[in-house]
Ligand binder design. Sequence first.
Ligand code: AMP
Ligand code: FES
Ligand code: ZN
Ligand code: ZN
Length: 316
Amino acid sequence: MKCRVCKGAAVIDVRRHNANFCAEHFIAHCHEQVRRTIDHFSMMQPDDRVLVAVSGGKDSLALWDILLSLGYRADGLYLGLGIGDYSTESTHYSRDFADRVKGRLVEIDLLADEGFDIPTGARLARRAPCSACGLSKRHLFNRAALEGGYDVVCTGHNLDDEAAVLLGNVLRWNVEYLGRQHPVLDARPGFVRKVKPLVRLAEREMAAYCVLRGIDYQVEECPMAAGNRHIGYKEALDGIEAGSPGTKAAFFHEFLDKASHLFTPESDVVREGLLACASCGSPTTGEVCAFCRLVERATASSSNMSVPVQLGETRS
Ligand code: AMP
Ligand code: FES
Ligand code: ZN
Ligand code: ZN
């Protein structure tokens, strides 16, 4: 197996590109894929102040590393979710990487700062943990970016993540979600721009990138996500990809090119009438925003719970 670029010994094959790479040229390939993605979707400008949401996992640490290598002014943002050993280890990997690159890591701790953690708060609020977690991430990433004066928030969603979410949305024809499934969500009043620069890179490639760059990361998946539908969709797509390399990338990127514009996000129409949340001031359709309602329920004692349950599948 020879490197496509230098013909030296290759360490990885990327079947959908029909290419093998040595370590040096694989790392260069990953940088180039992200550079092209940022360029293609006009995700950010060279002098933007960038906040990378890091979970301690391979994707987000690789993303931070790549953005720094490309010369961006990128700080990290870590949100402590209070999910037992999983969160303790995630904190450790995020801080270690920040030390290594001498980067600034903004930290928020759900329990210390908001009064609840995901396992207990979700139970008290009678929400699925991943739903409470996704809502908290969306709200707190945005708030941290606004408070810190950042131009853009980046997350480490990769090609496998986005293709699996797309498959789930297509299988159920969630047209509103389909309309919003884009690697760039533009800034609006009260909302910072959000981008996903890893959408051309697969999960396996991000793991290889971290190994080759010597980046230690949290290997365990979140215990609260075990058995969720998203994992099944990923496995189904992996099965198809194995027999037909390139299908996953085509499914997602051809959707963006050819079909995503057909799904007008209904929520954008609703958003025109946004008010300021009575509690935190964020734009919201109701009097109090969804996150402040979650905080209220998640920090209430279980005896005075009489609020309606809101279950749903949300992805940050
Ligand atoms: P997930 O929702 O766990 O698939 O994570 C998707 C992306 O969200 C990651 O690649 C990170 O960019 C970000 N993220 C997830 N968990 C955290 C966290 N605890 N703190 C900061 N960012 C996170
Ligand atoms: Fe959010 Fe697992 S990371 S519930
Ligand atoms: Zn090479
Ligand atoms: Zn609020």
